[in-house]
Design a protein around this ligand. Structure first.
Ligand code: HEC
Ligand code: HEC
Length: 452
């Protein structure tokens, strides 16, 4: 009897001890109605009753045209717009795109792999992308890209129709040119193009470029340039540009249809208490509580669509060497100068999008766009550098508060330490994994039949 009493007392002490240490706000909670008031409001902001469709985009009047989306999908998958592979890494190994010197090997889908959430799981090393050569940053997912006002990690494009010009003309990506793309459109897509955009100009004042002549013939000497672009015939001709702009507007109509879709977190916020485990619920509370993650990963797509310097160290990021990336300070400045921007002649309209940017771009040195966290667990690596291979590592990064000052990243970091315990880190990772949706339909991802 004595022993039994002792045991009961011990057990009671143990239970009290547990109660004392477990001040977890989520303890014992069930559905969203039981969440603390402040957390519930912040979590509801991340999970409205219905995920909003992509906002109106006045820069592209074809953005929701179904025929344009169908054409855009074909263009997205078609390798025939690309010039020669310049990098010697192309040795025919799996993950490379062919052999150095071969042309017609790169499509948008080569780096934005549909089944993987339209991101790059193909390139060797799962870090940055191998197009014609190595890009300087990781390929972001295109799921919910229709929500973005500014594109690219650094805001280099403010209008989705201008974005494809970067991969097309960049020696590291398609290594092509707008004239070659326009000529290929005329060869292979004239009928579909004219049904949407009207007569296509003949452009026969220009020589027909071969795929080998489409872009650069050599890589730049300076390994630290972000993009490399060689002047080709027709590059300044508005008529040539207009044809490629229209093709790009069709591509936008396609990419606007790509969504991650509702997750278990949304089902939970919708009232299904069983949709999240206890650990995931704790993670949700940490995300809007101690972590203050929703300061930047805000709104239904977990991004404020703005630029922040969070102290991502470039030294251990870029396997070709250190790359102190200026980020939005350079990207946004280049976007403002670009004739293809939302205010330019090729845009169908302008809204107030620039008002969301600081006047002085130097304040954005080392800042990158907050990525959406929906479907984040599918990514093979994280950050613009792709330096982290696991969500656990990203959460450790935020626990420390970014790389130490003077760690090599340009500008000033806004990040700060959060001293999460190992349980808290595990809960946050579990929550991030609960943000997976079903992704686009199999039909949206299936490779289309391309015209001869
Ligand atoms: C060689 C790999 C590669 C190819 C090919 C490629 N991309 Fe990308 N894509 C990237 C990388 C890398 C980035 C990020 C670049 C940056 O931020 O500087 C990117 C960014 C983007 C973005 C911006 C996404 C965002 O959230 O900001 C869009 C949209 C996009 N690509 C569409 C396309 C389209 C359309 C094509 C074909 C015309 C294409 N890409 C071809 C690698 C590639
Ligand atoms: C000050 C704004 C800010 C805060 C606060 C913030 N993030 Fe981020 N987060 C970013 C930016 C910007 C990036 C991309 C940085 C880069 O690539 O240079 C990022 C990247 C990430 C990524 C990688 C996504 C990808 O595709 O590479 C994850 C995961 C992430 N954050 C989770 C969190 C979590 C969890 C918290 C809270 C503990 C948090 N973030 C707090 C701005 C922020």
């Amino acid at each position: 009897v004595k022993a039994a009493l002792l045991y009961a007392a011990l057990l009671a002490a143990l239970v009290t001890a547990c109660d004392d240490t477990s001040e977890d706000p989520a303890d014992g909670l069930r559905g969203p109605a039981d969440l603390p008031e402040s957390a519930r409001a912040r979590l509801t902001a991340l999970s409205p009753a219905k995920l909003p469709a992509p906002p109106e985009d006045p820069t592209n009047r074809y953005r929701d045209d179904a025929r344009a989306a169908e054409l855009g999908k074909q263009l997205f998958f078609d390798k025939r717009f690309s010039g020669p592979l310049l990098d010697e890494s192309h040795n025919g190994d799996p993950g490379t795109l062919g052999l150095q010197g071969e042309a017609g090997k790169v499509a948008c889908a080569s780096c934005h792999v549909p089944e993987a959430g339209f991101l790059d799981v193909r390139s060797p090393r799962a870090q940055i992308s191998l197009g014609s050569s190595w890009t300087r940053r990781r390929a972001p997912s295109l799921l919910d890209v229709g929500q973005a006002t500014f594109l690219m990690w650094d805001g280099r494009h403010d209008a989705a129709f201008s974005q494809p010009f970067t991969p097309i003309e960049d020696a590291f990506e398609l290594n092509s040119s707008r004239l070659f793309v326009a000529q290929q459109l005329r060869r292979h897509y004239r009928r579909a193009y004219e049904a949407i955009f009207g007569a296509m100009p003949s452009l026969d004042r220009y020589p027909a470029l071969t795929p080998e002549e489409a872009g650069c013939t050599a890589l730049p000497d300076d390994p630290l340039v972000t993009h490399h672009h060689c002047k080709r015939p027709g590059g300044d001709d508005p008529e040539v540009t207009r044809v490629v702009v229209n093709a790009a507007k069709a591509i936008q109509a396609f990419t606007r249809t790509l969504h991650c879709g509702p997750s278990r977190f949304d089902r939970f916020m919708d009232g299904d208490a069983t949709a999240l485990t206890e650990e995931e619920r704790q993670g949700a509370l940490l995300f809007v509580g101690k972590g203050q993650c929703d300061g930047c990963h805000a709104g239904p797509f977990f991004t404020d669509q703005r630029f922040h310097n969070i102290g991502v160290d470039p030294d251990f990021a870029f396997f070709i060497g250190s790359f102190p990336d200026p980020g939005a300070a350079e990207g946004v400045a280049a976007m403002r100068r670009d004739v293809l921007n939302a205010k330019g002649d090729f845009s169908d309209g302008y809204d107030d999008r620039w008002d969301r940017l600081p006047e002085d771009t130097s304040s954005m040195l080392g800042a990158f766009r907050t990525p959406s966290l929906r479907c984040v667990s599918r990514r093979p690596s994280f950050m613009h550098t792709g330096q982290f291979r696991a969500l656990e590592d990203v959460v450790i990064f935020f626990t420390i508060g970014g790389s130490p000052e003077g760690g090599g990243y340009p500008g000033t970091s806004e990040n700060a330490p959060r001293d999460f315990t190992s349980e808290e880190r595990a809960a946050l990772v579990a929550f991030l994994r609960a943000l997976d949706g079903d992704g686009p339909s199999a039909e949206a991802m299936a490779a289309p039949t391309l015209p001869p």
